[in-house]
Write a protein that binds this ligand. Structure first.
Ligand code: UFG
Length: 321
């Protein structure tokens, strides 16, 4: 039995492939528009192609005994989604519908979907549970929520099961030091701070100092990419054993850190001082996003293994290379 990882050349996908290949046969489908072939573990079979290309999917589902699909392939920049919504609805929604149709056609029954805290929009609670209302405030969040709704509808009528995983802020790098966070352009806080501390950027811009938080900067819940990867595998195995089906889980550490706190933590690990510019708010940023992940802990025993220091240390080791 094999697992198809769509988007396996991306940041979170490639880390999940690395965790999977010890136990499972893995096929990666990626068009390399935002992913990098160098991130794919060499034990996986790589197919370069588009998610929305039914012929490529026919070939994969015919050539390999695929038991489950892990679906990471998506565009994920909030700002870009506001500027270019059709790109997000085409790549994140339409292409996913082709994948789902092909799964049904080829009788592939298990699906793990990468969703996001962006489905919650600006939540009216400090600690977000899966029961918190979904009110996305940008096309990226809406595109992910649309697919979640499609999954519930098809599981209702087809022999098909899914798990939705809503990530908070993915960060960190694989402990082997061989793969880590690579985006081009980079927009995420921790890699930007570390790149600055390595002399690759002139300064750090802090977006907004007047939020309703302890120090006025945005608070986020940072979760190590390997903890995310392990949650996918537990979800798959839980479905395969018949313990869970058609569930949605938050994935976070349950602790919030402000932008200022992240910069300080990076400075401490790098033993270097940052040059900071305080700038205006970035459009679409909620003040605070912190996850309660007690649901997946109770259902599958998932528990994050990496705290903030371990997350930043692993990222620093990767970026320093
Ligand atoms: N930030 C800065 N300066 C930077 C970069 C980021 O101050 O140069 C701030 C942001 O404004 C935000 C925080 O750092 O307050 C974290 O920003 P990231 O871009 O690292 O992450 P986001 O919280 O914006 O994004 C994450 C995921 C998205 C998801 C979103 C949900 O990457 O996919 O959470 O809100 F949609």
């Amino acid at each position: 039995m094999a697992i198809l990882v769509c988007g396996g050349a991306g940041y979170i996908g490639s880390h999940t492939v690395k965790e999977l290949v010890d136990t499972y046969e893995v096929v990666v489908l990626d068009n390399l528009t935002t992913g990098f072939e160098s991130l794919i573990d060499e034990r996986a079979t790589f197919v370069k192609g588009d998610l929305g290309d039914g012929a490529v999917l026919d070939r994969i589902f015919t050539d390999h005994a695929i038991d489950a699909v892990f679906h990471f392939a998506a565009n994920s920049l909030v700002g870009e989604s506001v500027e270019n919504p059709l790109k997000y609805y085409r790549n994140n929604v339409s292409a996913t519908l082709v994948l789902l149709e092909k799964m049904i056609e080829h009788n592939v029954k298990r699906f793990i979907f990468s969703s996001t805290a962006a489905t919650y929009g600006i939540p009216d609670t400090e600690m977000i549970t899966e029961e918190t209302a979904n009110k996305p405030i940008n096309p990226y969040g809406r595109s992910k929520l649309m697919v979640e709704q499609v999954l519930a509808d098809i599981a209702h009528v087809h022999d098909f099961q899914y798990v939705v995983l809503r990530y908070f802020n993915a960060a960190g790098a694989h402990e082997s030091g061989t793969i880590g966070e690579s985006h081009d352009p980079e927009s995420h806080l921790i890699p930007i701070v570390l790149q600055h501390l390595l002399g690759q950027r002139e300064k750090i811009s802090v977006f907004g100092t007047d939020y309703d938080t302890a120090d006025g900067t945005c608070v986020r819940d940072y979760i190590h990419v390997t903890d995310l990867a392990r949650a996918h595998i537990l979800s798959y195995e839980g479905m395969a054993k018949g313990e869970i089906a058609n569930e949605t889980y938050n994935l976070g550490n349950g602790a919030g850190y402000s932008v200022n706190e992240i910069i300080k933590a990076c400075e401490a690990i790098a033993e270097r001082k940052a040059t900071i510019e305080y700038a205006d708010r970035r459009a679409g940023d909620p003040a605070t996003l912190v996850a309660s992940s007690t649901k997946i802990a109770a259902a599958l025993g998932w528990k994050p293994a990496f705290d903030l220091e371990a997350i930043i240390s692993s990222a620093w080791a990767w970026h320093s290379k």
